[in-house]
Design a protein around this ligand. Structure first.
Ligand SMILES: [Zn+2]
Length: 296
């Protein structure tokens, strides 16, 4: 499943094509993805200008002049492809490879840039867990987005704030970090990575790093920094892949090269001086990768 850094990379890849461009024609080639398309989907978009392409957690928000905001979610397997005269690019490469089968091209956006250059933005989604919905007002008030917690990007997420979110929580630290009402857009891969960077066990009770003791304060500070840095590093890697993807064949996900623990069961812990090995455990039905030697 694409995580926040992948979605941000997609946004940055689509931004130059979509922002300021006019949607000449929009076609949904089936009645639904995970949810039915909104009524009059194509009619309400065609002929309109895209004023901004934003992101909240793992949702893309396409702002339409004098129109609704189109909220897009990539689901498990969704991707966008941009086709211009003679070229085809998928913005952002993923840990799990994207489908290139045109049988799963479900939505077509024909766009014209301010200079008149035509291109086609295609949404492809073999498993159809993605969706597109309209927000009639500010997207943050839409039911899909209204309950979301703080973004793990930027400087807002610091030690004291993280401690306030985790205070008195008895659930395992990993489960609390995956709770989208607390931190929005943090997923399975980057939670494992952040906990490893911070040297904290995914199994410990979340509230234990939210106490008044000096040690708890250091731990919450360390974890907040680890979450921000792991996301920022992945977004930076995505950005460099965007610069490279013209010549890349798209078959290698760049993210897998930057994982320290995710999907590395049995390998030596990469932390300098640590002699432990990466283990895989299952928490709430999902894999967690960690080193029990240096993560306490
Ligand atoms: Zn270790």
């Amino acid at each position: 499943m694409p995580e926040l850094p992948e979605v941000e990379t997609v946004r940055r890849g689509l931004q130059p094509v979509l922002e300021g461009a006019r949607l000449v024609n929009v076609e949904a080639r089936r009645p639904d993805l995970r949810f039915p398309f909104p009524e009059r989907f194509s009619e309400r978009l065609a002929g309109k200008t895209v004023t901004a392409l934003g992101r909240r957690a793992k949702y893309l928000t396409m702002h339409i002049e004098n129109g609704p905001v189109l909220i897009c979610h990539l689901g498990m397997s969704g991707s966008f492809r941009v086709e211009a005269a003679g070229s085809s690019d998928i913005p952002g490469t993923f840990y799990h490879e994207r489908s290139k089968s045109t049988a799963h091209d479900h939505v077509l956006f024909d766009v014209a840039s301010t200079t008149g250059k035509r291109s086609r933005v295609i949404f492809n989604d073999p498993r159809r867990f993605g969706f597109m919905l309209f927000a009639e007002g500010p997207p943050d008030t839409h039911p899909m987005l209204a309950g979301l917690g703080i973004e793990p990007t930027g400087n807002a997420l610091d030690g004291p704030l993280l401690a306030s979110l985790l205070k008195d929580r008895r659930s395992p630290l990993k489960a609390a970090l995956l709770d989208q009402r607390l931190i929005a857009g943090l997923g399975n891969i980057y939670v494992s990575e952040a906990l490893w960077r911070a040297g904290l066990s995914p199994l410990r009770e979340a509230g234990t790093i939210a106490g008044a003791a000096k040690k708890a304060k250091e731990q919450s500070e360390r974890l907040a920094g680890a979450i921000r840095s792991v996301i920022a590093d992945a977004i930076a890697a995505g950005g460099s892949s965007l610069r490279d993807y013209v010549q890349a064949d798209g078959s290698l996900g760049y993210f897998q090269h930057s994982f320290a623990v995710y999907d590395r069961e049995g390998e030596p812990c990469p932390k300098p001086g640590c002699r432990g090995h990466i283990e895989r455990i299952v928490q709430s039905g999902r894999s967690t990768f960690y080193c029990r030697t240096c993560q306490r």
